[in-house]
Write a protein that binds this ligand. Structure first.
Ligand SMILES: [Fe+2]
Ligand SMILES: [Fe+2]
Length: 162
């Protein structure tokens, strides 16, 4: 009894759909974090820039993990023409000193990932423990990312800047 069995084809297809969405979310996060790790101006931006630079590498690794799992499940990693952008909240702010805009955008991106990965974990329960294990580990990373940026936001809130 395995997710790779012939009679699991329908569930496998649905799971590949969920993993493909996760793959695109990671790719878009890489794009958004690259821009937001370069654009910000000001002394206070440095902590955010360094943190996003680290996250870029982790999100890229997540994208690769999702891609490899899609292939293991007999799927095909999509080409770039299938990409559709969704992260309106992570576009560059009007002022590049607007760090709060970036922090809030990161929290929203991480929250979206956390919600979607919890959905995959639920879907794979009693169906595909390997995918579930992988996504649990990735979810742990995203929760860490969100917590870090919630801390950054708290600092601005305490000072009345957010
Ligand atoms: Fe990620
Ligand atoms: Fe993340």
């Amino acid at each position: 009894m395995s997710i790779l069995d012939d009679d699991k084809a329908a569930q496998r297809e649905e799971l590949i759909g969920l993993l493909t969405q996760a793959y695109w979310m990671e790719i878009e996060t890489v794009m958004s974090y690259i821009a937001n790790s370069i654009n910000p101006d000001g002394v206070r931006a440095q902590e955010i820039i360094e943190s996003l630079q680290e996250d870029i590498q982790e999100e890229l690794d997540h994208a690769q993990q999702f891609g490899r799992r899609i292939k293991e499940l007999y799927g095909v990693v999509p080409g770039s023409l299938d990409f559709k952008a969704e992260q309106s909240y992570l576009q560059p702010p009007d002022e590049q000193t607007d760090i709060v805009h970036v922090i809030r955008g990161v929290i929203e991106a991480e929250t979206g990932a956390i919600d979607h990965y919890n959905k995959i974990i639920e879907f794979t329960e009693d169906l595909d423990p390997v995918t579930q294990d992988m996504v649990v580990a990735i979810l742990h990373d995203e929760e860490g990312h969100r917590r870090l940026f919630e801390g950054f936001l708290r600092e601005y809130e305490v000072e009345g800047l957010a």
